[in-house]
Each structure stands twice: as structure tokens, then as C-alpha cells.
Design a protein around this ligand. Structure first.
Ligand code: ADP
Length: 478
């Protein structure tokens, strides 16, 4: 009697545990299947049917290899063999499966063999990591494209100084890939002394919503320097430390190409200067001895003079730019009146009568500086106003006494400049519409102007409402 009760008890417990197993099996969110010794799928849960997009009936009776991507079948079968015939209790692998809709899912497979009575079965969990895989792949692609563009991305925590970065940053700044953990001090210390001071100052003074754009030299071996471009934008964190997110790029090749270009421009413009001077002298002689009563010849001489004036301006710009680049701008500073300077350099424009220059504001302001160079800046601003806003015949020059400095502005009502482009206007060779420009120019005038003002310890800039005109200004200390 006792043994019958025990037998019933055992059966009930078995059914109970079997039921529990089935409940867990069907409810678990991990895709799961049970196969028999012939590798035939005899049971699947909802998670697996959801994963593959097939119904239970379409999966049961088949083998998992029927759904596996070709490249994984051989190694998967090998592992099955080891488990079923060589006594290995389980195996694991990573593989991809084809879904009913033609897609692919990546799974971590774990298969465990178990015995039920005298039969063996295997229980498999297929853990879907497709999202992780695509994330890893896009990270790999990003790292590869960064590597090809000699670039790395970074995140700098401005409070702790910690730097998190993509692969390749250490190499760009001349450290071994496996070097000690990078922090802001080590990053700064990679730059040569004068550049290190500059970037340190920039980082210390960066506003919470500001950005940084810095090009400097890092020493990668004795007498070997590399040019590095660091750009970043502040990412203010709520209740967390402010972070600077950005890129670091090796721009040595670009710098070298720039150097070749500069050398060529410097030599070419020097060589052109002499024949142009001779040509100019010859044209002046011709001008003076123009035969009267020959309007055709007269017109040709005028045309030649205009062309020559353009060429001379271009060559002067090139020569000036090379000079600035080589740090050879020498100033001859004296006190002078800014309004007199404007009148002196631009009176001819008023005389010609097409455009009218109106000078307004604090007209008695005197400054100390190189009046020829400052005139060069004003002429450049005015010529640009005429060139880029030709329909507006009035150009305003405004002087504003700021107490210890003077602000001079040239204001036009032309097309104005888009905000994003305004930041680059003072870069060398920068032109807003470089390709399709209807106006001739080299993009050097504002660069030269900026260098002149910088040498005077002043500031230069532009304020523009796109479509409403521009105000080009500089501020000089008195
Ligand atoms: P360039 O006139 O030779 O192109 P600049 O350095 O003087 O070189 O000017 C750089 C660019 O700035 C110009 O190509 C033009 O696109 C833009 N720019 C300069 N002045 C003005 C202005 N007053 N209005 C609109 N755009 C201007």
C-alpha cells in the first residue's frame, strides 16, 4: 500500500515539475528549443517563433541547420558531433540564422544534452544579440573611417580631466597605442611648449556653451613634429561635469601641401613683381603719349591699365599674405587721425562719383598704429562692400570712441553673410562662394586685414544679418 502511494506521489511530482518546466520554457523571453538525438526540433517556445518569424509547425520537425547561415553550418555540426558522440555535456557558439522575412538574426547558442528515461535530448537557448552586433559593426566601421581620415573622437571631462577616446588618438598624438591612460594633462603635454600654453589657455577659458578649434604641433620624435587639429564643442551636463566632445586629426599632410603652396606663391609673386613694374611704367608712358584723335587706341590703353591694376592688386595680396605667413610684417607705428586716414585712402572713390562714402561718429579719434597698414584694412573693407554689394551706392564708415579703444566699422546693405560662414571669413584663401563666385578674388584680403589688426593687438570681426548687409569692424587700442 505504502509503495503504491509513493509511486503516485512520485508521478504527481514528476508531472508537476514537467509542468513547471514547460511553463518556464514557454514563458521565457530567450528563444529556446528542444531537439532529439537526430537533431530534429521537437519543441520551441514563442520567443523562438517570434525570433525566426516561422510558426511552431513550420519549425518543429526541421533541424536548426535548415535556418542557419551557410558559414556557420560546418562548425555547428562539429560541435553537435562532439556533444552527442564524444561525451561533451554542452557547447556554445555564435551564429546567424535566416528569418522567414529574409533577414538575419545573430544569436549566442548554448546547447546542453539531457536524458529523459532512456532517451537523450538537447536543450538550446538562442540569445539574440543582433542589436549588439550591428552596434559593434558600426563602431568598427566608425573606427575604420576615423583611421582612414587620420582622425579620432574624444570626450574630455573638464572637472576630472579624464579623456575617453576612440582607437587611434594615442597614435595621432605620438603615444604608443597601449600607453598609460590619457588625461587632459598628458594630452596638453604632447604639444610643443608654445602650443601647449595656447591650448591650455583655450581649455581653461572655454565658455559652457562654447567650442574650440585649435591647430598645434606635437613632438613625436626628436626633431619630428606632427600637426594636429583639435576641434570640440561643449556638452553641458545637467548636474554632471561639463564635457568637451570633439575630434583630433593628424593634418601634417595638409600642412605640408600648404607649405608647398605658400613657397610656390611666394616665389611666383616675387618673380612677377619686376615684369609687372616694367609693364606699369610702359603703360604710364603710353598713357602720357596717347595720340590725340585715336579713341580706339585710347580705349585699349585704358583697358590695359584697368587689367594691370587688378593684376597688381592680386600680386600685392599674394606678397602680403606670404609676408604675414612668414611673420615678416613690420609696423611703423605713429599717432594718426582715423578719419584723415579714411579720407586719404578713399577720397578717389567719392571723386569717381559712383559710390559715396559717408564717414560718421566720433570723428576726432586719434590712434597709434601703422597708418598705411590700417588704411590697407579700410580699403579692403570698402572694396569688398563695393564688390559684394554693388547695387548699394552708399557705404558708411563709422568711428566709435570706446574710451580706451576705437572701433571702426564699414557698413553695407548688401547680401550679408550666413552665420556659420562668418567664422571662417578671416581664414586664408576662404571665399564664401569659392566655386561659383561671379567676383574675382583670392580670399586673402580679410586674412591680411586680420593679421594687420592682430599685430596691433586689436580685434577684427563681422556682424551680419544674412540678407540685410554686413558690418566689418576692427577695434584698436588707443
Ligand atoms: P576676396 O574678396 O578676394 O574673395 P576677402 O578675404 O576680402 O577675399 O573676402 C573673403 C570672402 O568674404 C569673400 O570671398 C566674400 O565671399 C566675403 N565677403 C567679404 N566682404 C563681404 C561683404 N561686404 N559682403 C558680403 N560678403 C563679403
Amino acid at each position: 500500500m505504502k509503495s503504491v502511494i509513493q509511486e503516485e506521489d512520485y508521478k504527481a511530482k514528476y508531472i508537476q515539475s514537467e509542468d513547471r518546466f514547460r511553463t518556464i520554457f514557454s514563458l521565457t523571453s530567450a528563444a529556446t528549443k528542444i531537439i532529439d538525438e537526430n537533431l530534429v526540433i521537437i519543441e520551441v517556445n514563442d520567443a523562438l517563433t517570434d525570433l525566426l518569424g516561422y510558426t511552431r509547425a513550420e519549425i518543429c520537425g526541421k533541424k536548426i541547420m535548415d535556418f542557419a547561415c551557410k558559414q556557420h553550418i560546418a562548425s555547428w555540426e562539429n560541435l553537435q558531433h562532439e556533444m552527442w558522440f564524444r561525451g561533451k555535456p554542452f557547447f556554445k557558439l555564435e551564429a546567424c540564422l535566416k528569418t522567414k522575412s529574409g533577414g538575419i538574426v545573430w544569436v549566442h547558442v548554448t546547447t546542453i544534452v539531457f536524458r529523459d528515461g532512456d532517451k537523450r535530448f538537447a536543450y538550446t537557448v538562442l540569445d539574440d544579440y543582433t542589436f549588439m552586433k550591428s552596434y559593434q559593426e558600426s563602431e568598427k566601421r566608425l573606427n575604420m573611417s576615423l583611421q582612414y581620415s587620420r582622425m579620432a573622437v574624444f570626450e574630455l571631462n573638464l572637472e576630472s580631466g579624464e579623456v575617453i577616446h576612440s582607437e587611434g588618438l594615442n597614435e595621432i598624438i605620438g603615444l604608443k597605442a597601449s600607453a598609460v591612460k590619457l588625461d587632459v594633462n598628458l594630452l596638453i603635454a604632447r604639444f610643443i611648449e608654445e602650443d601647449a600654453t595656447e591650448i591650455e589657455n583655450l581649455l581653461n577659458s572655454i565658455p559652457v556653451d562654447g567650442s574650440i578649434d585649435f591647430v598645434g604641433r606635437v613632438k613625436i620624435a626628436p626633431n619630428v613634429l606632427k600637426w594636429v587639429h583639435l576641434q570640440g564643442r561643449m556638452e553641458p551636463g545637467e548636474n554632471t561635469a561639463h564635457k568637451l566632445l570633439g575630434t583630433v586629426q593628424d593634418v601634417s599632410k595638409e600642412k605640408k601641401a600648404d607649405q608647398y603652396k605658400d613657397d610656390f606663391i611666394s616665389i611666383a609673386s616675387h618673380e612677377l613683381r619686376t615684369p609687372i613694374t616694367i609693364l606699369s611704367g610702359t603703360l604710364q608712358l603710353l598713357e602720357r603719349n596717347k595720340p590725340k584723335g585715336d579713341p580706339k587706341l585710347s580705349g585699349l590703353i585704358d583697358q590695359a591699365n584697368k587689367g594691370l591694376k587688378k593684376v597688381t592688386t592680386l600680386i600685392e595680396d599674394l606678397l602680403n599674405a606670404s609676408k604675414m605667413n612668414e611673420g615678416q610684417l613690420h609696423l611703423n607705428k605713429k599717432p594718426f587721425n582715423i578719419v584723415d586716414a579714411v579720407n586719404e585712402c578713399c577720397a578717389h572713390i567719392n571723386r569717381e562719383g559712383v559710390y559715396k562714402i559717408i564717414i560718421e561718429g566720433d570723428l576726432f579719434a586719434d590712434i597709434i598704429g601703422d597708418s598705411d597698414r590700417i588704411q590697407q584694412v579700410i580699403i579692403n573693407f570698402i572694396n569688398n562692400a563695393i564688390k559684394y554689394a554693388p547695387d548699394e551706392k552708399i557705404i558708411r564708415v563709422k568711428a566709435l570712441d570706446l574710451g580706451d579703444a576705437i572701433k571702426i566699422s564699414v557698413i553695407d546693405s548688401g547680401p550679408g553673410i550666413e552665420y556659420e560662414k562668418a567664422a571662417h571669413l578671416f581664414d586664408r584663401y576662404y571665399r564664401v562662394d569659392a566655386k561659383g563666385s561671379q567676383y574675382s578674388g583670392l580670399g586673402l584680403g580679410l586674412y591680411i586685414s586680420a593679421e594687420i589688426i592682430k599685430k596691433h593687438d586689436g580685434k577684427i570681426g563681422v556682424t551680419s544679418d544674412y540678407g540685410e548687409g554686413s558690418e566689418f569692424w576692427f577695434i584698436l587700442p588707443k
